[in-house]
Design a protein around this ligand. Sequence first.
Ligand code: NAD
Length: 431
Amino acid sequence: MPPKPTSRLQGMYKLSPAERLAWVSRAAQMDKVESEALRGDRGLSLDQADHMVENVVGIFGLPLGIAVNFLVNGREVLVPMAIEEPSVVAGASFMAKLARDGGGFLAETTEPEMIAQMQILDVPDIAEAQQALIEAKPEVLAQANLVDPLITELGGGARDLEVRLLEETPAGPMLVVHLIFDTRDAMGANTLNTAAERLSPMLEAITRGRVHLRILSNLADRRLAKATCRIPSESLAFGKFSGELVGKGIVEAWALAAADPYRAATHNKGIMNGVDSVLIATGNDWRAVEAGAHAYASRSGRYTSLSRWRTGEGGSLEGTLEMPMAVGIVGGATQVHPTAKACVTLMGVQTGRELAEVIVSVGLAQNLAALRALGTEGIQRGHMRLHARQVAIAAGAEGAVIERLARVMVEEGTVRMDRAKQLMAELNKSN
Ligand code: NAD
């Protein structure tokens, strides 16, 4: 019988990249081709890249790290994260470990419904047009369903039509029709954009107006993902900080983000550190999710935190993150990019919704990592060691010298390029 899959690997940081890959491949029962795709050997080829975008000259690399310890809805998940920023993978893994003590992350999603907008100008009689659109809804939805028969067959398709009147715009009053469309396991931008264009002549006939823009909305507020976690008070304690003090510090830190856009922007950026790195690793459109996240954070009219933290029963810490999550496991680059495909296999997700549930959990874990550091000893202590390595590399250090230089700079408290270069020069001289 194969071993029960786990996402726990203590001391992963002590292994070499090859040893980590071997462990991860074994744990996820990946074959050689998938394993090589993760390492990058059989990643995106120049030929494939040349078919993806214009004027291709090469392929841009990013580190791919695996966050461990994730338990999402009772399932062990290894999380691939493509990111250049130090501390993110370690932070997510560590917070996922704390969350395990409270049962891991519980996550849920709404149906994967996207919105396409059709802007209608020069409508001679707005009230009449609104009424006519409501009456024609069944035919419009039937027409939209013809755009992607496969999605309809899979249980997705057109769901609703909403008519909005924008009375005061710089171009005068206009109607905006929203097509609500369930895109199943695809992000759905192309499907919705095609549907919006196909429906235009019909909408012009119904309203006697002129359809201008026909495009998806990235404020995917009907496609939400939500994660919650509960950390027992005793799991929060570390060093000289009691669990109660850490929990209180986190809730106080969150309160500033809830009340102040200057802090909320950085708070949400921390969430997106986790979210984006999984989006990139799985070939998803992270600009789309970024746009949706920040628009959703402003939905009350004032930009605020995407997450909420509070003290729960027995002094435990309870966190929630809810945000739009327009992601797919088919379509776009998800099936074209071999590494992205291997990353989806690694996570063991079977649907777009499952992927969204993991990603929102990672966002919550990342948020917790930042708040825990900020609300206690400050962010720089943990960050500096990793940052120092990057500074050392930038100063020309290689191999074991990277760690040596980084250690000296952290001990001195001077993690700067000029100091790294000085240390390099001293080392070269003594050699
Ligand atoms: P896509 O165009 O590749 O369409 C997905 C296809 O997969 C559908 O045609 C569907 O028939 C098929 N399919 C097979 N199995 C399916 C399943 N189980 N569920 C759903 N569909 C299934 O991809 P897309 O998701 O329509 O578009 C995503 C791309 O669009 C991304 O690359 C994104 O960058 C890009 N895009 C984004 C925007 C935006 O965000 N504003 C605008 C334009 C394009």
